[in-house]
Design a protein around this ligand. Structure first.
Ligand code: SF4
Length: 484
């Protein structure tokens, strides 16, 4: 019998607080495309969603819903009859309510953003200091997307306004602006989040995730560059601002939060995960009966590992998606954590008496993993060897709403460093996989998680598995480097 109260208190998980957008400009009505294309971004956020269209003769028609107790499709399906238009945008968000509509000296527009404003308080003070105001209330504070729109409206054109956003925002910001003339799309100045363009006859789409294209009939045509701005019409796209030279795309896209059929910078997510798993296997001398990936993202890594090592892939865990579709539907953290724990079911028949390699994408706090190891021990696992598809996370993300841990000491690796008496100045050494400090830190984490062995991916192997030059990737959460 599970003690639910205790479970709620003690289980903490890696949760993504991301967002993803999808927009279409077409020579026909595009409501269905925007509806399904936006739905294919549901893995990036589960708290809020919105859609907006320009209905001929009526202007903007917008709807925003909370998704905390339902799906995007369920929430919006009944409203589709009220939407019409050849231009539309949708967003799935774990942060602010969007899209937002503005009437400004630049004209009427709707805006959606995939952003994190680390310096939002400073920006708020600046804007209020210029005797301006904010209307949108976002959990007792201002709405980050409204801050971005406000900055844009301080300039004489959308392009100048977006450049002004790039200059002033610390964190990241990709966005779409919809007007009567179509959509203007901009990718974050360092390209930390992706923006891709798809085409089909008489229509052009903009998306965060290219997995939204195949079933909406679009062909992936273009990966926008860092800081690039384009205007999109039903005929295609026109460049308004060239990409910058510095790309810092989040490497975690491939490791964890990207959807398997998606591509970033021309590199497929699932194929990258196979390479990650294979790289782990090549450095691993442990003999095991099988390998098991923790659903969802661990599965691709485990396929790569098993193929390289020539051992079977088995499902020691199955994900019960029928009634627990996501990890974080409920509105408060404790319940979300409980849901995440409830939906993974261990299979005693597979586990009992076996030596297992277990693969997960990453360890953030480690509490979920500790729960998994308890299950395995209880069900008679002979040996538990954990393999992690990325290096130890030593620094919280400063750029995206990605990792739930907001303070470094919530991270399993940082807690291990502290227990070993390590100091912040020594973190670089702890991140070096050839150092004695690194070896001790990993040993400490393995001990805490009750594992027979623990092996993390080396950063150089991860970078090789992704296939981009190191300087084009953000690897900050593993090595503390990066552009701010
Ligand atoms: S710090 Fe980590 S999660 Fe954040 S953008 Fe960089 S690689 Fe991605």
């Amino acid at each position: 019998m599970i003690n639910f109260t205790n479970e709620i208190i003690i289980i903490l998980f890696k949760i993504n607080y991301m967002s993803g957008f999808f927009g279409v400009v077409s020579n026909q009505d595009c409501v269905r495309e925007v509806f399904y294309g936006t739905d294919y971004h549901s893995h990036l956020g589960t708290r809020r969603a919105g859609m907006v269209f320009i209905v001929p003769g009526k202007g903007f028609r917008r709807s925003i819903h909370t998704l905390e107790n339902s799906y995007f499709r369920t929430k919006f399906e009944d409203e589709l009859k009220d939407f019409r238009g050849n231009v539309g945008m949708g967003i799935i968000s774990d942060t602010d309510p969007q899209p937002i509509l503005f009437t400004s000296h630049l004209g009427r527009f709707a805006i959606v953003t995939v952003s994190r404003l680390v310096n939002i308080a400073e920006l708020e003070a600046k804007i209020l200091g210029r005797k301006k105001h904010f209307t949108e209330n976002f959990e007792g504070t201002i709405n980050p997307t409204e801050v971005i729109a406000s900055l844009i409206c301080e300039k004489d054109s959308f392009i100048e306004g977006i450049e002004y956003v790039f200059e002033n925002v610390r964190g990241s910001c990709s966005l779409m602006i919809m007007t009567e003339d179509g959509i203007i799309a901009a990718r974050d100045k360092y390209g930390r989040t992706p923006v891709v363009i798809g085409r089909k006859d008489g229509a052009c789409a903009i998306a965060s995730e290219s997995c939204s294209f195949p079933n909406t009939g679009f062909e992936l045509e273009y990966f926008m560059g860092p800081g690039e701005i384009v205007r999109v019409s039903s005929e295609g796209y026109t460049q308004l601002r060239k990409p910058g030279n510095t790309l810092q795309i989040c490497a975690f896209l491939w490791v964890y939060y990207g959807y398997p059929p998606s591509y970033y910078e021309g590199i497929n997510v699932d194929e990258c995960r196979y390479r990650c798993g294979a790289a782990l296997a090549r450095r691993d001398s442990v003999e095991a009966d099988f390998v098991c990936g923790i659903p969802d993202s661990g599965v691709g890594h485990a396929i790569g590992y098993g193929n390289e090592k020539k051992i079977p892939n088995k499902r020691a865990y199955s994900k019960y998606t029928d009634t627990w579709p996501r990890s974080f539907l409920p509105s408060f953290q404790g319940q979300r954590n409980l849901v995440a724990r409830m939906k993974l079911i261990p299979n005693r028949a597979v586990i009992s008496g076996k030596k297992m390699i277990f693969i997960d994408d990453s360890i953030v706090r480690g509490t979920q993993l500790r729960h998994n190891t308890n299950d395995m021990r209880k069900y008679g696992a002979k040996e538990l060897h954990m393999r992690i598809a990325c290096p130890p996370i030593l620094y919280p993300c400063d750029f995206l709403n990605f990792i739930e841990s907001r303070t470094p000491m919530e991270l399993a690796a940082r807690r291990a460093v502290r227990e070993l008496g390590g100091r912040d100045e020594e973190l670089r050494e702890y991140s070096d996989p050839d150092s004695e400090k690194y070896r001790k830190m990993v040993e400490k984490i393995a001990e805490k998680l009750d594992l027979d062995s623990l092996l993390y991916q080396r950063l150089d192997d991860l970078i090789a598995a992704i296939g981009l030059p190191r300087e084009k990737l953000c690897t900050h959460c593993w090595d503390g480097t990066g552009y701010f």
